[in-house]
Design a protein around this ligand. Sequence first.
Ligand code: MTE
Length: 315
Amino acid sequence: MAAYRPPSIASSEITPHQVYLSRRTFMAGAAAGLALSGAGSALAAPLVGKPTSYKVDDKLTPQKDVTTYNNFYEFGVGKADPAQNSGEFKPRPWTIEVGGLVAKPQVIDIETVMKEFAMEERIYRMRCVEAWSMVIPWIGFPISALLDRVEPLGSAKYVAFQTVVRPEEMPGQGGFFQALDWPYVEGLRLDEARNPLAILATGLYGETLPNQNGAPIRLVVPWKYGFKGIKSIVKITLTEKEPPSTWNLSAPKEYGFYANVNPLVDHPRWSQATERRIGEGDGLFGGRRLDTLPFNGYADQVASLYSGMDLKKSF
Ligand code: MTE
């Protein structure tokens, strides 16, 4: 596998202001021996170093591919549609309603999110159920930090997510042909959402999240198929029962609730054993062919979440 080459410009130049600030706060705190408490964490949750598991070494997928080869059916069903049709979408102002089985339900403004949650860069392998993959440098923060803020009740077992409905700005939600039922919805078990790999992303490639990638905030769960990564989130609800998910509602035999990347469980209409890495090589469909790894290569961090479960049944 080709080694990842770091960009030749200083990280302060490609890092959004907020990430840069958080890093500086971390470094200043560490210098004063305060990395985990007091002044070092005043800006937001403390950043504790950079575990390598949050940055895979694979070559990054070119930014152009990450932002022009998308699935976002609210803007059309073609891969090029989201980049072409999302120009009128307004990701500001924006609020996220967080409620359900929590002690402190609240409506959080996206500006508060940007200010109060420590953003980090995470370089994740992403695997689509359509058997292609990318490696994306996301900017985001663990969902756990948001959950801590609302204090889930003991009865909460799942986290449900919902995308905005704005047919006037999202052409795929208006008109005669409707590819899916809106709003797009998704869910995770609470312990999955609490896994430190699961993040809410607000940027990629050191920049604010483009509309086509789910501005201003979207879910990123690197051990699951891409369709779990719900975009443009306006509502997060803690529930006792397993919440519905859009692709499971639309084709239950093809898309399960768990959607863990699993080379041993084929999609009913195609194999999941291999994947095509977008933007690498000029194969027949333009991509290097790789073996798909269980949990997309993140088994060490997440396999224990599913111990005792039959992952062929809970697919
Ligand atoms: N979220 C919404 N709201 N609508 C969608 O159509 N598509 C999903 C997911 N999130 C989708 C969505 C699918 S199928 C994939 S593969 C990923 O977004 C793609 O994310 P990307 O375009 O940023 O790579």
